[in-house]
Design a protein around this ligand. Sequence first.
Ligand code: CTP
Ligand code: CA
Length: 223
Amino acid sequence: AEQFFAPKLLAGAKLMITAGPTREAIDPVRYISNHSSGKMGYALAQAASAMGAEVTLVSGPVNLATPAGVKRINVESAQQMLDAVLADIDGQDIFIGCAAVADYRIAEVAEGKIKKSSETMSLALVRNPDILATVAARNPKPFTVGFAAETHEVETYARDKLQRKNLDMIAANDVSIPGLGFNADQNALRVFWQSGAEDLPATDKLTLANQLLSLIVKHKNNP
Ligand code: CTP
Ligand code: CA
């Protein structure tokens, strides 16, 4: 009975999560994207909602059901994702960037379907805005958590992103481990913040989501 009356860990908190891949159009019928399934972000949205948070999920194209009680905003490109995030960022207490945002978009999207001609072709790409860094640069700033998908030197690159993007916390996953992370049901995370670190060993994404949210609450209250 006690847990029935215990206040929920995120009661009253507003939390925004980005999830899934982005799609960058090449022409009306083609795009560049990646293998992100959105499962980790959706697990975080589900867990946060169950903990009592008011959750906004800004989602790229995925094949997942919207978790109960979650406000979902569908987007395709990185620019659309940034616009959707900024439209709703005021008053958010926590922001978690879980989306696999395309780093580049096509410099000039063709108006009509591109016809093949020569034996090789090149596409000019330009950098996309960094959604997570844009949120972390705001004042006031929500408690801002990033993800880092790395194949090697996980801690070095993750800590570099923590500093460079002015994050409060970063959750790194080693995407070179088969069956973990990208497009998998299980994941393992190494979580870093300014003065510490914690390993969350391989388990299903909902369990990890609960563990990560507990860490976030702990460090949000005692930075
Ligand atoms: N991210 C973002 N907007 C971008 C690129 C990344 O919000 N345009 C966020 C991701 O959602 C993730 C974090 O930044 O939370 C790190 O993404 P990652 O791809 O690992 O890092 P990058 O900074 O893009 O660096 P690189 O791909 O070169 O490792
Ligand atoms: Ca990237």
